[in-house]
Design a protein around this ligand. Sequence first.
Ligand SMILES: [Mg+2]
Length: 258
Amino acid sequence: MTRMRTGAACIAAFALAIVAKAQTLSPTPSAATAQASLPNATAALQIKYVRDSAEYAALTGQTFRQAQAAIARALPPADQQVVWCAVLDIDETVLDNSVYQLERAAYGLPYDPASWLAWTSREEAAAVPGATEFAAQVHGMRGRIAYISNRTEAERQATLANLAAKCLWKNGDLLCLATDSKAYTKEARRKELRASTGPCSWSGVVPKILVFLGDQIGDFPAGDEETEAKDPAAFGTRYFLLPNPMYGGWAAKVTRHY
Ligand SMILES: [Mg+2]
């Protein structure tokens, strides 16, 4: 079982990472997200891209740095005491579960909930390249992170331990998970966050949300969910998309309508 790191240990690990300038390899999947059964050769290449390619790590690092720059531009003045946050998905956004994908592919098996639960219980997901540095910057600037994930409540403790082990969690952050209710979508949880009521909120505190990061379109506000979402240039300014060639709604249907 992974031990939780203390804040000091995370700072030390972060400093070492900067000195070494090492680019971490990443691993992959998500719970409720559709994962298509792809031909083995195709799936193997997609997993390899995430785990082994310089391009994947460059893309994720680039995305996190752009999000950091967006935060720096939008940061409320310190004297205003504004509570601000970044809203992040977990799987293939900050935690890399490609080991799970690799293990399933080795046996020619698709994703299934039982094997996924067994995987997350191991608390062995790596950090997506750039994620730890991003979290350190948010926390260092007195920001908070609201994780909105379709992992389930049964996975809460293991998820917290995995996030903490990778220096992605700080007391005061929020972990909003799925429930048995299909109505409790990510959109519903984002609504609670903005309204400051319900399980997915800092009760009574309305945060200023500076950025959203995710690997699926559903990780981002859409339509008239928030005023700013009507801006077609939201991606790259407030929304930051991480690549995920291994699974997603796109694998089973056409999701691009333009
Ligand atoms: Mg995800």
